[in-house]
Design a protein around this ligand. Structure first.
Ligand code: NDP
Ligand code: PYC
Length: 343
């Protein structure tokens, strides 16, 4: 993440061991085996790739939601065909990723048959990064876009009350001869997870990121979390993107708007229950026969022009390193995870 420091020191834990440890935590707190396996793989992948704001730091939040009864760790999603290229998925108050994966095979058939398809997921708790959802599509030769809304913690530009969530969007495209190009970014100045990490570690946040409870600019993460709010990135332009994501991920799917998320009766809950939209396109339907080469060419142009790093490259480099050397986890964090697993 842009702000949180990725831990590079600590006990190196092999990826498979981290997945197994997280799986035990989910199972111990009431999920089905399938849900535990999916969430453990997803969360360990975030930690592996250095997506620190959505790695193991989030495990107490997942547990809080499960323990408080806010989320159903055993939910059975339902998948409904709303047209030849439109799937509607009701996650039934469960986590989003198991609902998404339950529909994914049929969704891929729709994309192949029609050149494009939409998946609209509702009643779903997404508490992770989005890149794990979209990167695999690009590895299968497809272009993928996804949008999620979260919970009200972002004020519209010039506004006083939080209306939007941090509302991430992700884009993935195949690239000839290389890994997919994937960007995955919040519509806010920074992710709420990074604000929480800053508060925990006693760092200020960058000027212009957020406001306190009186609407005054602040660099104190605790003031943002305690009645304040984040700002959209890029002023009114980020505000419009946050708006679009509320429309696509909530109004269109039937999920809740970020400002409708009300977990006040579930102390400890942290996973917003909203919606997620996917739009996946088969780029071969463009008829150029050279799509992935063209994208590789564009990346070449961007790099020649002076951009030293494409989105996704940092993650891939860290993935290669941690798969070889293990994922460094601070001893206190590892102890906390083992305690949650009942080890
Ligand atoms: P960042 O600002 O850290 O990164 C955004 C994107 O920009 C990433 O693809 C990143 O690539 C890329 N990037 C970062 N720095 C550079 C650079 N110098 N040059 C080129 N590319 C760069 O992300 P955010 O803080 O906005 O979001 C962090 C995570 O939080 C995301 O994964 C998001 O999905 C998640 N999130 C989830 C929410 C939810 O409701 N589930 C809500 C809000 C956020 P790379 O990854 O390779 O560094
Ligand atoms: O980091 O902004 C965030 C976030 C919200 C929900 C999940 N992550």
């Amino acid at each position: 993440a842009a702000f949180a420091q990725t831990a590079e020191t600590g006990t190196p834990v092999p990826f498979a061991d981290l997945v197994a440890l997280l799986e035990r935590i989910f199972l111990r707190h009431g999920t089905s085996e399938r849900v535990a396996a999916i969430l453990a793989e997803n969360c360990a992948s975030c930690e592996r790739d250095g997506s620190t704001s959505h790695g193991v730091f989030r495990i107490p939040g997942y547990v809080g939601s499960l323990k408080s009864g806010w989320v159903d760790g055993r939910a059975e999603p339902t998948v409904e065909e709303a047209g030849p290229a439109f799937l509607r998925v009701d996650a039934a108050n469960g986590f989003t990723q198991p609902a998404f994966l339950a529909a994914r095979d049929r969704f891929l058939e729709m994309v192949r048959d029609n050149g494009v398809a939409v998946m609209a997921i509702r009643n779903s708790h997404h508490f992770s990064a989005l890149w794990p959802d979209v990167e695999p599509f690009a590895r299968e030769g497809l272009v993928a876009l996804s949008f999620v809304n979260s919970f009200a913690c972002v004020v519209p530009p010039g506004g006083k009350a939080a209306v939007y969530g941090t509302n991430p969007m992700a884009f993935a495209t195949p690239v000839a001869g290389g890994d997919p190009m994937v960007f995955d970014q919040a519509a806010s100045s920074m992710a709420n997870g990074d604000v929480r990490i800053a508060a925990r570690e006693g760092h200020a946040i960058p000027a212009g990121s957020g406001v306190d409870r009186d609407g005054k600019p602040t660099t104190d993460p605790k003031a943002v979390l305690d009645g304040g709010a984040l700002l959209p990135f890029g002023g009114h332009k980020g505000g419009s993107i946050a708006f679009m994501i509320e429309v696509l991920a909530a109004a269109l799917t039937g999920g809740k708007y970020s400002r409708e998320v009300d977990w006040s009766a579930h102390p400890g809950a942290e996973t917003p229950c909203t919606g997620q939209l996917f739009i996946v396109i088969d780029p071969e339907r463009g008829g150029t026969g050279a799509f992935a080469d063209r994208v590789a060419g564009l990346i070449g142009n961007v790099k020649e022009a002076g951009q030293d790093r494409m989105p996704g490259e940092r993650r891939y480099a860290r993935r290669a390193r941690t798969l070889r050397d293990g994922i460094p986890l601070a001893p206190a964090r590892l102890a906390e995870l083992r305690a949650l697993a009942g080890d």
